[in-house]
Design a protein around this ligand. Sequence first.
Ligand SMILES: O=P(O)(O)OC[C@H]1O[C@H](OP(=O)(O)OP(=O)(O)O)[C@H](O)[C@@H]1O
Length: 429
Amino acid sequence: MVRNLVVIGGNSHPQLTQSICGVLGIPPAEVLLSKFAVGETRVEIQESVREKDVYIIQSGGGKVNDHLLELLITISACKTASARRVTAVLPLFPYSRQSDIPYDKAGAPLVKASVGGKPANGYTFESTPSTPAPGGKTEGLGLMNGMESLQKGLARAQIEESTGSPVKRRGNGLPRSDTTDSLKSLTNGTDETASSTSSKINSFQPRPGYKQWVAQAGTLVADLLTCAGADHIITMDLHDPQYQGFFDIPVDNLYGRPLLKSYIQRNIPNYKQAVIVSPDAGGAKRATAIADQMGMEFALIHKERRPTKITDRQNATMMLVGDVRDRITILIDDLADTSNTITRAAKLLKKEGASQVYALLTHGILSGDAIERINASALDKVVVTNSVDQVEHLRRCPKLEVLEVGHVFGEAIRRVHHGESISVLFQYD
Ligand SMILES: O=P(O)(O)OC[C@H]1O[C@H](OP(=O)(O)OP(=O)(O)O)[C@H](O)[C@@H]1O
């Protein structure tokens, strides 16, 4: 029994809250988490948290935005109810993959670039923005684009003023052709100017190589948590460990690896002869750490994230570096979302002669038709932790096995509460 410690479970994962409370020997706090008719989140803390050390359990996955808002409101409610310290426990941290520019699954940037006003079909990843030449035109970019739009808007206003009727526009904001003559007379009076103005008046057209300005949601979410009043974060296997640097409060990033290692030792026959495989270069460090510690061989799948052409998805190939013939292979990754990565990797491993393919992941998000994809794949077994609720996934996927993380978070909470070191939880030997 621990004193002055309160655990509040969000709606994302009630089973994990129960298991953490079981480890700590306390019941979860009484809270009301619901929604008003309009859809707004409603939170009521139904017991006193004054001067208490509060831990709120809320994972990513599922209705991730609802869960995030519910967490923020709960943190704020505890702070205003005079909690001494509020710790957000996020077994899967939401939005932590969004600190980079977005790519589609074939690895192509989501920017649809245009070249000289033409569609992006000729775009290659080797393309670079053209160097502006003296007297050269910089079509459709930045300041020039703004000036041309302004010029065009003025021209349209003048036509409207002189004719007394509004200029009709196409969907893209261009005047209709019946106004073109008037337009010509109001610009330089030449066809060339009119047509070039027409082509330029359109909205912003990014060029190849232009880095699209995207929301850095990871930073925003970090700020929202601290703004709401979180004093401390506990999470597990952050997709980018550097994400801890987005916070100015302590972040404890626990490892799921001890669980995965122990699964291998207990369940894979003659495991020293098996091969650990990283399904992409991004996860190589994660997978080699396990292979090195367990004295196992390692292979890498090079996931080509840069197809030659933006339209050519077939070029987004996977290539195996290492030998897996007649060996059991174990894919190691931090998470599976759509399951594309692990199912494609499994197909390649079987093609290269692997006798069996396991996938061991910390976070089984398994969105959309991920389960169907796994069921139909070459994967023999998928092992995930319950950092995300797996009840529904288990029901639908006979290949799925789930490892319990409640004791890891329970022990981390106990140690943080008592001011003990939790570094022992970071060791995975
Ligand atoms: O199940 P899926 O939808 O295929 O997603 C899973 C993949 O996504 C993440 O990596 P990401 O593609 O973000 O690349 P990175 O490792 O290079 O950051 C993760 O590490 C997996 O490899």
